[in-house]
Design a binder for this molecule. Structure first.
Ligand code: AMP
Length: 468
């Protein structure tokens, strides 16, 4: 067996290939045998079409089982999988395509897979070494400077095996999968755990209360962003009985409010397991499966993750090193060098501390990243769009507490204009999750002595904007 991640995953598929892999919302199923056969045909189509090991295969589409067949087929072919958020606009996608130069761009996964019918599947995965690139994950950022985190077969295999063990996955599990698959959470964290267990997934295109409530009756594990949990709690039909079949609820991608943790336990008798991760390292820390899960803490570093706090104070920027941590940003040697310490630790940009018991606590982000509904929004990118719109002088984009999305995007601007028209114009250029939900006009933006806009002052002043 080579270090190709596909070989590891396929070696864990259930012996009975008739066992279900995807359970779809309409009740139909796709079994492991069909997944394996489709991946082999996709791999053959890629190789026959001239895709060489290391070539990028990009995919931008709505979530579907076929998207996973293409992901696995790309791995098998030795290609580098590049998933793109389905909400990205054409100009956003143009940047990624110019930067990553993929050989293949898939926009209709079901059609792509259908067209392989009749193709003889690849008999064996293309051999890869642990350090070879498996996937390129762009962290959302200012258009023109979004960074592609380079994840190798070894990085992903290491993380998948660690999570499979840490969270006690077995073939008896049924994973409720309602996350998008263009992000590490749905594509690697959730999917790899299920595939390594040979377990089925209840495969939902997105989170809807009715489908999730129905799925929970049969599922044993759910992975979600905090918004999933606040939505469930907002639904009176979600009761202790709804969660009775569940072994564990896992949360990540954004901070889980301790109040959500407490309310969830009161409602269901279950304590949400919070973990912390990022595109550059997949999962870094996790609360324990057995043992105390402390609300507000993201738990302990995974077994082979070295985690320390930079800066010499108790609280500082979290730095990490280990076999699951990415090696570099795609074609950005300078940026890469800036974000690693001389002894090889990646500087995460998240501010946190480690308590006496070894638990990690995250207190915020070093930069002004906004996380809305689990997705990253870099204020700068939104500001650049707003500043070009007629009527706007300058803008400061901030994240404010939002009951549904964790944080909601708000723009504080100088100048004058019609709020709804500005929001509509911004949405022409920005995905919905990046578009401001409110635009507020002020005479001047507050600035410090160095001329920098004081976003903390704005955040305080507008703290209640999205509160009911
Ligand atoms: P991404 O690269 O999109 O996965 O975003 C990674 C960022 O999400 C991290 O750097 C953290 O700032 C944030 N994040 C992920 N999980 C958590 C968590 N459990 N608590 C707080 N922040 C988190």
């Amino acid at each position: 067996m080579s270090a190709n991640l596909y070989e590891l995953l396929a070696s864990r598929f259930p012996a009975d290939r008739d066992a279900p892999c995807f359970i779809l919302a309409d009740g139909s199923e796709i079994n492991y045998g069909a997944l394996e056969a489709a991946a082999a045909r996709v791999a053959a189509r890629l190789v026959n079409g001239g895709v060489q090991p290391g070539d990028r295969v990009a995919l931008q589409a709505e979530k579907s089982p076929e998207a996973i067949m293409i992901y696995l087929g790309a791995l098998m072919a030795g290609a580098v999988f590049l998933p793109l958020n389905a909400a990205y606009t054409k100009s956003e996608v143009d940047y990624f395509l110019a930067d990553a130069e993929p050989k293949v761009f898939v926009s209709d996964p079901p059609a792509f897979v259908r067209e392989t019918n009749g193709t003889v599947g690849l008999a064996q995965a293309v051999a890869r070494e642990a350090g070879d690139l498996a996937s390129l994950i762009y962290t959302s950022g200012t258009t023109g400077r979004s960074k592609g985190a380079m994840l190798s077969h070894g990085n992903l295999a290491e993380n998948a095996l660690a999570l499979h063990a840490a969270w006690g996955f077995s073939s008896k599990d049924v994973l409720l999968h309602a996350l998008p698959v263009f992000h590490v959470h749905g594509l690697f964290v959730a999917l790899h755990c299920a595939l390594l267990a040979g377990a089925p997934m209840i495969w939902l295109p997105k989170f809807t209360d009715a489908e999730v409530l129905a799925g929970l009756r049969r599922a044993t594990v759910m992975m979600g962003v905090p918004t999933f949990y606040t939505r469930l709690l907002g639904n009176p039909d979600f009761t202790r009985e709804s969660a009775a079949n569940m072994r564990v609820f896992i949360s990540g991608s954004a901070p889980l409010l301790p109040s959500t943790f407490v309310e969830f336990e009161q409602r269901t008798g279950q304590r949400i397991l919070e973990r912390y991760g990022m595109s550059e390292a997949v999962i870094i820390t996790s609360n324990p499966l057995e043992g105390e899960r402390v609300p507000g803490s993201v738990g302990f570093p995974l077994p082979r993750v070295d985690l320390r706090i930079g800066g010499g104070e108790e609280t500082g920027v979290i730095q990490i090193r280990g076999p699951s941590v990415f090696s570099a940003y795609w074609r950005m040697p300078e940026k890469t060098a800036e974000e690693f310490t001389p002894d090889g630790f990646f500087i995460t940009g998240d501010v946190g501390r480690i308590d006496a018991g070894g638990r990690v606590w995250i207190s915020g982000r070093a930069k002004d990243l906004i996380i809305s509904g689990g997705y990253n929004v870099y204020p700068k990118e939104v500001e650049l769009v707003l500043d070009e719109l007629p009527g706007i002088g300058e803008s400061a984009v901030i994240g404010l507490p939002h009951p549904d999305f964790g944080e909601g995007v708000a723009a504080i601007c100088t100048g004058d204009g019609d709020e709804a028209a500005i929001i509509a114009a911004a949405h022409q250029q920005l995905a919905g999750f990046k578009t401001p939900k409110r635009v507020i006009f002020v005479p001047d933006l507050p600035r410090n002595a160095m001329g920098k806009v004081q976003k903390n002052v704005l955040r305080q002043a507008y703290e209640g904007l999205f509160k009911a």
